[in-house]
Design a protein around this ligand. Sequence first.
Ligand SMILES: Nc1ncnc2c1ncn2[C@@H]1O[C@H](COP(=O)(O)OP(=O)(O)O)[C@@H](O)[C@H]1O
Ligand SMILES: [Mg+2]
Length: 625
Amino acid sequence: MLNARLVGASTMSLVGNFAFNNYDATADRAGAVAQPGLGRPVSSHYFNTAPSPTEEEHHGLHGAKSSYSQKRRRSTQTGRPPKDIIGTADQLDGGKEGGTEDSTTDDEDRKREDEVLGLARRLTAQSSHTEPSESPFYADGDSKLNPHSKNFSARAWAKAMLNTHLGDPKTYPLRTVGLAFRNLNVFGYGVSTDYQKDVFNVGLEAWGFAQKMLRISRRRIDILRDFEGVVNAGEMLVVLGPPGSGCSTLLKTIAGETHGLTVDPKSHLNYQGIDSKQMHKDFRGESLYTAEVDVHFPMLSVGDTLTFAARARLPRHVPGGVKKTAFAEHIRDVVMAIFGIGHTVNTRVGNEYVRGVSGGERKRVTISEATLSGAPLQCWDNSTRGLDSANAIEFCRTLRTQTEINGNTACVAIYQSPQAAYDIFDKVIVLYEGRQIFFGPTTVAQEYFEKMGFDCPARQTTADFLTSMTSPQERVVREGWETRVPRTPDEFARRWKESEEHKRLMIEIDEYDQRYPIGGEHLQKFRESRRAQQAKRQRVGSPYTLSYSQQIQLCLWRGFQRLKGDPSLTFTQLFGNFIMALIIGSVFYNLQPDTSSFYQRGALLFFAVLLNAFGSALEARSLTP
Ligand SMILES: Nc1ncnc2c1ncn2[C@@H]1O[C@H](COP(=O)(O)OP(=O)(O)O)[C@@H](O)[C@H]1O
Ligand SMILES: [Mg+2]
């Protein structure tokens, strides 16, 4: 279910879409084989068979193409440039440079350019400036521009998209958000005793309530203690730890979903120049938390669910002058194709009680919905739950491509991460009972613990090895190191604080704070970019993209779709009311217009109120399946 928070999220950026068709390059890098299960990876075969663009077609694009290549190469040589607000061509720059030099070849550059051009193509054709015959809007049958056709060519499609984007002077600048945190403490409150309420102890309950109100005898539960880290824009962080160690709490804190939690006011959080208060108030939709469970309207079809998500973040100006509804539908179709749920467009989403799409497909609906938000900071809480390992890797790859091209930042909690998925990430944080025992590049994490005196058993994945540090039964201590290795969570945390890696991290955080001072230039740019996307009538400080009337319109549309999806309750009610109206009407038929009917009229009014009250009781049933 898309909540209001999501409605406020930024409009999915055009270039964000390029990401999806790009993940075969990332797949090569990750050393994994592209899986046909999730989505429609654009194979190199596809690129070979796609016809090459004609000179005329690309006349205006060469400049952008070559400048992109140059930038890409330069960035590979000089390391990751700090991502700021990114524009149309700039944002194709950067990405995961560290450790991937060998794969960032010209070949790959060319392939990515091709994909980007291809994805852009289709929208140009939708624009009012192009010939209807080129438009995917009017494309039917076996056209390359028709996403439902077998011949659908992502390349031709994306070329149209980029054409539009580059040709549109009103195009908004895209924005990015990174994050640095220090002294991050999060706690909750619990009561020391709890019991089943009954007639006799209800008095005690009142006393407990009074205590709660007066804030006495509340027990503070420390969930996260003294966390530190920095995730630059365009980076991916994997959060590792056993259940109960605080993974969800960390992600929620980063995304600002702190209901029921207390973040220590002394904690320092710097969202690339924006403080946490402003980030979670004015820019609420810019940081997204995708919960572990899939909550959707069960009776709504997959297509409608995702259409709502796409329309909720339509920008003020859709590039190329495309009709907004068509644009949203188009983006939706692309995302569905990418995640391989195109065939479920008319199927109900369903839930535990209502039969709908399968569990894995539902998870992909959730992922698609969140992807459509295009939020620059995304937190995914165990979103690979219920997916097989091939699909889990595919999910990480899609995220990787988004972060590379669009400059998004992703924090992902994964239990049982396959090696190929782990390798996709830039940084890792390891949690042990609410303590941070490591933060740093994924490539050095294993070495850090091996240096400490632990052995990684053969064929154990790095992620499993790191998580095994938090379990005395699982971790393997090297012979002779038994007395030297840390044992308790506190000992691990102390070792981390004393380590070289920690010192390096502190320097990195300081540099980050200097580069992005709170309230500095970046905030200004971020706000401007956000403003350019919001509807004209929306307040500048509002986290919502759509104006109030647009939101109402959209929700009404969804309400109607829900009614269509499950009309039984409404019709039962209508039918019931009709019968009751006949019965009550016949009882009170022909009342005289004088005081003799006074009491009957009172009774009639009573019935009218009573029946409506019972009617809403029926509605309550529809809230809980
Ligand atoms: N609001 C809260 N108040 C008190 N304790 C909480 C609260 N939220 C979570 N916890 C506790 O904090 C610990 C970490 O929770 P969580 O972040 O959900 O773990 P994970 O996602 O790693 O499984 C758990 O022991 C949980 O019981
Ligand atoms: Mg959790």
